[in-house]
Design a protein around this ligand. Structure first.
Ligand SMILES: Nc1ncnc2c1ncn2[C@@H]1O[C@H](COP(=O)(O)OP(=O)(O)OP(=O)(O)O)[C@@H](O)[C@H]1O
Ligand SMILES: [Mg+2]
Length: 551
């Protein structure tokens, strides 16, 4: 039997309409948000996820938790995608965005139940979001132009405060800022960008996280192909190859009929000669460092050793792509020319670096490419007890690198610890009363929904969230109504002592873009789900067996 709001379709499926689907969607979103809620903030806890093959992931990152959940409900999936979007666009704030979106949806559902039309709620939400973003930009943003390097470090520390590496956040924050500065690229118009993908993060077991290190240059987790090759090459000319330097073989399916057995040897020799000639061409072009994704035959190694070149085999393709970018090389997948006659290797395909050297770093031998010509490069080697820990360290470091990059690019910061959300709550609440239309109710609910962040932060820290949030709102009300108290707009939660403090002084800073995007994305996701008033779900078609046809 179909329940209220559900009808059975002639097609073989179920259709859910009206209020019933709205409530169902809101409940699904809340269920998802409740999973990540307890991981928000510096005193939030981690989650352990075990997948169907038994792989364990321990994480505090909202996007990672949601990705591993395998959500079935269509509205829930929107929330998972939302967190992923925030992760790609900003890198941090993925937990917050899911929590806010769910809260907005819950509030909207209640409004619709009180007979407000969904379109009115949607309009109200859009309006509130726009006002909120404007208010942040005009009143709550700090510009890093007049703030120094320490504030960027503080932003990185705030991000890491909720993660596994929070105890060493000083150490890692310095490292992140330095690494991001190393890969700065200034384009023709003078605008600086920080492609953090150029930072290679390597993980090595053993020692403590404090022994992690930053390396100026690109660290390649490989060793030279033969011990007879030089350890160090200055003025390196680098060839990046995406093919093997092995005895060339006929393609599959080609058969050669040889009638004279003496010619067999000649064919074998020629197979070897083809690769030999290729290597000669590469060396002739001036290459003294050869990196390849494929293998190198032992016989071919001799050629490199004699030429005094350093060759590395079985490097990862992503690494080679990045090295090619950094050194100005071209990743070559074959030596064939457009003319189709003889194979060629042009010297312009080579990249350059000051030095390529194989060094022993902590317990591992790595090939380092120092001083690449086209761009700078940086690598971070993480140390940790086990894989689970190293993976989480990498994710946390990625969040911090993204934050540093955002701050350096946009040069705008806001104060964390619920300060922005509380300020927006007070402002939008007041703003709603100036609206004479029905949207007023939606704007007021939007304002209320934002308080979920300070509330959750406080309850995760085992503090009285209702009282703390009331106190926080009172501070922000004062700051917005009394001119002499405007400095109170930096008031935020002090989660260790269960009090309110000036979070700007305390150094709890976050990139403005993280908050703005978080609000925008959460509103959009809530609206997307709110617009749905019909769910038609078709039954799965049972596969019919056509055994008799095969017989
Ligand atoms: N020392 C602190 N005191 C008070 N609040 C803090 C402190 N450090 C961080 N916060 C707050 O914690 C929240 C961020 O928590 P968290 O990093 O766990 O979640 P997220 O950034 O939303 O998601 P994720 O990091 O998983 O992508 C922000 O609202 C931030 O203002
Ligand atoms: Mg975070």
């Amino acid at each position: 039997m179909a329940s209220a709001g559900e009808t059975l379709l002639a097609l073989g499926g179920k259709r859910t309409t009206g209020q019933s689907i709205r409530t169902q969607n809101a409940m699904a979103a809340m269920a998802i948000a409740n999973v990540v809620k307890s991981s928000l903030g510096p005193l939030g806890l981690d989650k352990m996820m075990v997948d169907d093959v038994g792989d364990v992931t321990v994480t505090n990152d909202g996007a990672t938790i949601l990705k591993l959940l395998e959500v079935e409900h269509p509205a829930g999936k929107v929330l998972v995608d939302l967190a992923q979007l925030q992760d790609e666009e900003v890198g941090d704030g993925t937990t917050s965005v899911a929590i806010i979106a769910a809260e907005l949806l819950k509030a909207a559902n209640e409004l619709v139940q009180q007979k407000l039309h969904p379109t009115t709620v949607i309009n109200g939400y859009r309006f509130a979001c726009k006002e909120a973003v404007r208010f942040i930009q005009e009143n709550l943003a700090l510009s890093t132009d007049d703030l120094d390097r320490t504030s960027i470090i503080k932003a990185a520390k705030t991000t890491m405060s909720s993660k596994l590496i929070s105890t060493d956040s000083d150490f890692f924050a310095e490292m992140c800022v330095e690494a991001t500065n190393l890969i700065k690229v200034t384009d023709a118009s003078g605008k600086a960008t920080f492609p953090i993908k150029a930072i290679n993060v390597l993980k090595a077991h053993g020692k403590s996280s404090r022994e992690s290190m930053l390396i100026r240059g690109y660290a390649l987790n490989c060793t030279r192909a033969s011990e007879a090759m030089p350890r160090k090459i200055a003025g390196a000319k680098i060839a990046c190859l995406d093919f093997s330097l092995q005895k060339s073989k006929m393609h599959l399916g080609i058969s050669v009929v040889v009638e004279d057995p003496s010619k067999l040897e000649a064919i074998r020799r020629e197979e070897m000669e083809i690769t030999k000639r290729r290597i000669e061409k590469i060396l002739k072009a001036g290459a003294n460092v050869i990196l390849t994704t494929g293998g190198i035959d032992d016989l071919c190694l001799k050629q490199f050793v004699e030429a005094g070149a350093l060759a590395v085999r079985r490097a990862k393709k992503v690494d080679l792509k990045r090295i090619a970018k950094a050194t100005g090389a071209t990743l070559t997948s074959s030596l064939a020319t457009l003319e189709g006659d003889d194979e060629q290797f042009d010297p312009s395909l080579l990249g350059q670096a000051d030095e390529v050297v194989q060094e022993r770093i902590s317990d591992e031998e790595l090939v380092l490419i120092k001083g690449p010509k086209a761009r700078t490069a940086a690598s971070i080697i993480l140390r940790g007890a086990n894989d689970v820990m190293l993976d989480e360290m990498e994710r946390s470091l990625h969040d911090a690198l993204c934050v540093v990059r955002r701050v350096l690019e946009s040069k705008k910061l806001v104060v964390g610890g619920g300060a922005v959300e509380a300020a927006l709550n007070v402002y939008l609440d007041n703003f709603a009363t100036t609206l004479p239309s029905r949207e007023q109710l939606a704007v007021a609910e939007f304002a209320n929904a934002l308080l979920v962040i300070p509330k959750t932060l406080a309850s995760n820290a085992a503090k009285d969230s209702t009282q703390l949030v009331a106190k926080l709102r009172a501070f922000h009300y004062k700051s917005q109504t009394e001119k002499e108290n405007s400095h109170l707009k930096w008031a935020g939660l002090d989660l260790e002592n269960g009090n309110i403090r000036d979070n700007k002084e305390a150094g709890i800073l976050e990139p403005m873009i993280s908050k703005v995007k978080c609000l925008k994305f959460a509103t959009e996701a809530a609206i997307t789900i709110l617009r749905i008033d019909d769910l038609i779900k078709l039954d799965k078609v049972e596969k019919q067996q056509h055994d008799d046809e095969c017989m």
